[in-house]
Design a protein around this ligand. Sequence first.
Ligand SMILES: Nc1ncnc2c1ncn2[C@@H]1O[C@H](COP(=O)(O)OP(=O)(O)OP(=O)(O)O)[C@@H](O)[C@H]1O
Ligand SMILES: [Mg+2]
Length: 313
Amino acid sequence: MINKERFEQLFNQQLIKDISEEEINIVLSGQYGRALELLRDAEATGLFPALVGPPGVGKTILCRYFASLRAKENKNKSFHWLTMDESIKPSHFIGSFDPAITLKKGFVLEAFNPGPLLSAMLEGGTFLANEINRATEYSQNTLLEPLEEASIGIPHLGRIKADDDFFFISAMNPEELSGTHRLSEALKDRIKVWIRLTYPEKSTELDIIRINLPEHFVIDESELELIYTIIEETRRNKIDIEVPASIRAGIALAKLLARRKYLEQKGEIKEKKSMYEYLSEITRHVLLGSIKPKPGIKVENVIENIIHKTLGV
Ligand SMILES: Nc1ncnc2c1ncn2[C@@H]1O[C@H](COP(=O)(O)OP(=O)(O)OP(=O)(O)O)[C@@H](O)[C@H]1O
Ligand SMILES: [Mg+2]
């Protein structure tokens, strides 16, 4: 195990003190620029927005970027986020009493560890409730007061008012994909700006792949095009595929291909293969967990069909 001193040293070195310090490499063409504008409109009018889209279309990165802009403008206001699921209780986002201190001193402020929502409310920061439609009704209900009244009641401590700059964003996968709890009507009614994100248009997605490649990894435009063709094929084949490849899969393919080429250039690969052979190999490894076939359909067969269709191998 890492020793305590080393742990503290590394932790302090790596601690992100506020979101405005973070460098976020984001592509803002197409839907992302429009979505950012809508987030700004929502903020300016005091309305709460939701980002709705399938996995890996850039909901989180857009929120982080938006929060970092706010942080820079509003003098370092914080960004907090939490991914909801059925095991999340209100105490996870509001906060809870430390049992050891509470035992000694009772339910005093000193014993309370604030959660991410309460922190954002006090600091006037941005709170992102990721996968909000997976939260239980109990958790969803706890969000009603912060959204409607900009306040929240904390057991034993009282009711606090949020800073005027507090901002709440939610993100979710479309209900038909998530198969989880629905968003309660009461909560839905408090979210007033619905922003849909989907798989981006080609030029935007290619830019996203490029921006996510490490500097020393280079791939040609023709290779990038092929990668896009593979990814797009998973989205086109709606008969066999329930959830297609996200942007993450394209980034992964590009990284793996670029690394092979890098090693090849350095003379570290003995058995050379054609680009098509490399790409089909990599595609098998990446797509295996990146697509979800329809019930009764074998993922391996779907992948082989895609490889055959797009790469001809
Ligand atoms: N506009 C963009 N610019 C740069 N990179 C992007 C952009 N959109 C998505 N990405 C990249 O794609 C990947 C997935 O994005 P992100 O994690 O934001 O998706 P998500 O919609 O939050 O997914 P999930 O539903 O699984 O949480 C990340 O690696 C991210 O860096
Ligand atoms: Mg996300």
